[in-house]
Design a protein around this ligand. Structure first.
Ligand code: FE2
Length: 376
């Protein structure tokens, strides 16, 4: 009897270590042509590292010390464009660190091996999938994600409102934003465009920790994959009642002016300026609207930002937010590029190859519902 109990205990411990201490993830973010950041959460706080296929261990540290977190974030620098990184996430739980001189450590875990590729400006194509306005509808999100063919996709883009307004905690946020994507984000970088709902509530800094981005700010940045340069903006809140929603704490006009000043410089950078194709992606589409009051911010963006984007040679804008599909042809609202707004129920797939951009949208059942190809 004693023997059976020992076997069961051993099995339980074995299963616990197989469970790996990983609660959510890993997911890859902040991908560029020379770096990626690997993130995950563990069931309890602990030390953590990313192990590479050559045995190198990259510990999560702060100022020369290993730290005991639940959200783990390890950046891998010094990579080559298009390099495949094979990695697994590992760590050791901490059971009690009340005595700083003698912390009590727990389970050691080693996750599954995954591979991810850095971006490569010399790649011939650029292919990505966009999700937006999911608003915690998990079955639909899972269905859309399950259809993504990772072998023919470079990255995923979450274009805002994946969750709904609220006071977020780490586990709620990863459960609704990352877990429905399954293992896709372990092998495909996930880039993030903040939606208005992710700007509401308390703890808005959380998304910047989950999708870190140093350069130059968490939620507005440029990057490049293959022939396509991207500029991502964070347009804040759309409605006229936003000061009520934010208890008067919002300063979005200042924030947008800050982005305009930054964008003028960023779009002059060689890797952006010389890119054969330029795409602007953000949650709030910069569309003109007959309603002059209710959609104040969209019109503000149209007036203040579209001329700058026209001048920089943007070829396409991808927006979200409206919960309706919209295709605004070039020239219909002072735009020198088409604006495509994806609705809340579809995945938008982008492909640039052989000189043509193709945009398709798919229903959760897998049906193709919009199919548009044009030469930028
Ligand atoms: Fe939304």
């Amino acid at each position: 009897m004693k023997k059976i109990a020992f076997i069961l205990l051993g099995l339980a411990l074995c299963l616990e270590s197989l469970a790996g201490g990983v609660k959510s993830g890993p997911w890859v973010s902040e991908a560029r042509d020379n770096r990626v950041t690997i993130l995950w959460t563990s069931e309890v706080p602990g030390m953590a590292y990313v192990e590479l296929s050559d045995g190198t261990k990259l510990w999560e540290t702060f100022a020369g010390r290993r730290v005991f977190h639940r959200l783990h974030s390890v950046r891998i620098d010094g990579l080559k464009p298009g390099e495949v990184v094979r990695y697994r996430v590992c760590g050791q739980d901490i059971e009690d660190d009340s005595n700083a001189r003698n912390p009590k450590f727990g389970v050691v875990y080693e996750g599954e091996w995954h591979s991810v590729r850095t971006f490569d400006p010399k790649a011939a194509e650029c292919r990505f999938s966009v999700f937006n306005d999911i608003h915690m509808r998990v079955p639909q999100y899972e269905a859309l994600a399950a259809q993504v063919d990772s072998a023919s996709t470079d990255f995923l883009f979450l274009n805002g409102d994946i969750v709904s307004a609220g006071n977020y905690d780490l586990d709620t946020y990863t459960r609704f934003t990352l877990d429905p994507l399954g293992t896709l984000p372990a092998g495909l970088p996930v880039l993030f465009g903040r939606g208005n709902h992710e700007g509401r509530g308390n703890n808005v800094e959380l998304m910047a920790d989950v999708f870190p981005n140093e350069d130059p700010a968490p939620f507005y940045y440029t990057f490049r994959q293959g022939p396509v340069a991207f500029i991502v903006f964070d347009a804040g809140e759309t409605g006229t009642n936003r000061s009520i929603l934010y208890s008067g704490k919002d300063v979005y006009e200042d924030y947008l002016n800050e982005q305009i000043e930054w964008a003028k410089q960023a779009m002059q950078e060689k890797s952006f300026r010389k890119a054969p194709v330029k795409v602007c992606i953000l949650h709030v589409p910069m569309i003109d609207h007959e309603d002059k009051t209710d959609f104040l911010l969209q019109r503000w963006l149209n007036v203040h930002m579209v001329p700058m984007l026209n001048k920089a040679g943007i070829d396409l804008m991808i927006g979200a937010d409206l919960h309706e599909f919209m295709f605004c042809e070039t020239g219909t609202m002072n735009n020198a590029f088409p604006i495509i707004v994806n609705d809340e129920a579809h995945r938008l797939d982008f492909n640039y190859s052989n000189g043509y951009i193709t945009v398709r949208t798919y229903h959760p059942k897998g049906t193709l519902e919009f199919d548009y190809t044009f030469k930028p």
